[in-house]
Design a protein around this ligand. Structure first.
Ligand code: SF4
Ligand code: MG
Length: 335
């Protein structure tokens, strides 16, 4: 399988009046053709910032990539100029956001919005672009595409609009699709249909997908691999079955416990107590210490060494590392 994306030790920070917010603190992952990676976590954990950094959609100059590297198909795009990025965005890498309404221009027909990008980047004639647009609307399941090309966004339902957004994102046949909470604004039935659509599209086009979500139900449906983020770091990562059936990090376990389960009607939602740490001055040790039922002395003092549960599954937690005993004895002083 071809490697589409490689993110190495990404650090992203924002300068604010209150100081520097370290939103992403050393994130690394790979993504292969035809694969779906779900990045999961509570709001503010850095998942959207990670995604936006890949296509340089973090607000500048406040936000900046302070360290690390983003390789897209072996090319280092970390510090591409806005002009260089414009050739990639929507063409090689597409993005879908939560609210389909804001992604569409209310004053243009969906035909115009669909054909705009593809005409610009692929130099297609109007006729060929229109044909391509019809093909895309068919792919995303919009009935009577030929007639509907003439219509405006408000003439479509929320679910249909999200299908159109997906069609626009895919019309230039990108290698990577980044979807940030793509179904959050939709009701449950439509959500399921959109997730099925992602699967179908991936089967057809082999596009790699990064799915950003706080919803493990969504992850369960379409992810191949899962990266769990907390306080700007990926604290556990593994194949879907590894994370669902053998979660290791106490935070991952907490998140999985908080999903309502249809088969256990009386089981209550168990929220995880406490709040994530302040990212103005993130803790030196494990960021989950204050909320973790298993926290040890070492946890607060030193960031856990990575434990590899399998070739595809790792966790940053001292519970799985013998060396913690040593650290506890030395009792390393905080800096
Ligand atoms: Fe809990 Fe310590 Fe593991 Fe962090 S390193 S999750 S505080 S046991
Ligand atoms: Mg977000």
């Amino acid at each position: 399988m071809n490697k589409i994306l490689e993110v190495n030790d990404l650090h992203v920070s924002f300068s604010t009046y209150g100081g520097e917010v370290k939103a992403v603190r050393g994130v690394s992952f790979d993504l292969y053709q035809g694969e779906t990676l779900a990045i999961v976590g509570e709001s503010g954990c850095g998942k959207s910032v990670t995604a936006n950094s890949i296509i340089q959609l973090i607000p500048k100059p406040a936000g900046k990539i302070s360290n690390g590297q983003i390789l897209f198909k072996d090319q280092d795009i970390t510090h591409y100029t806005e002009r260089q990025m414009r050739n990639i965005r929507g063409v090689d890498i597409s993005m879908i956001f939560q609210d389909p309404m804001t992604a569409l221009n209310p004053t243009l027909t969906i035909g115009d919005q669909l054909t705009e990008g593809v005409r610009q980047h692929e130099n297609l004639s109007l006729k060929d672009a229109k044909e391509k647009a019809i093909e895309m609307l068919n792919l995303v399941g919009i009935p009577n595409p030929e007639e509907r090309l003439q219509q405006y966004p408000h003439q479509f339902s929320g679910g249909m609009r999200q299908r159109i957004v997906i069609a626009i994102a895919l019309i230039c046949e990108p290698d990577l699709l980044i979807a940030d909470e793509p179904t959050t604004a939709l009701d449950v039935t439509i959500q399921a249909q959109i997730l099925e659509l992602f699967e179908k599209i991936q089967e057809k086009t082999n596009v790699a997908i990064i799915l950003i979500t706080h919803d493990f139900g969504v992850v369960a449906k379409i992810a191949d691999r899962i990266a769990v983020m907390y306080a700007g770091k990926i604290i556990e990562s593994g194949l879907k079955k590894e994370i669902f059936y053998n979660p290791k990090h106490p935070y991952t376990k907490g998140l999985l416990h908080s999903i309502p389960r249809l088969d256990q009607k009386n089981e209550k939602l168990i929220p995880i107590d406490g709040t994530p740490p302040d990212l103005f001055s993130p803790p030196v040790g494990c960021p989950f210490t204050a909320r973790c039922p298993h926290a040890m002395v070492a946890c607060e003092k030193v960031y856990p060494l990575r434990h590899e549960e399998s070739q595809s599954h790792y966790v940053d937690c001292w519970l799985y590392d013998e060396r913690v005993k040593h650290i506890t004895k030395i009792n390393i002083k905080p800096k």
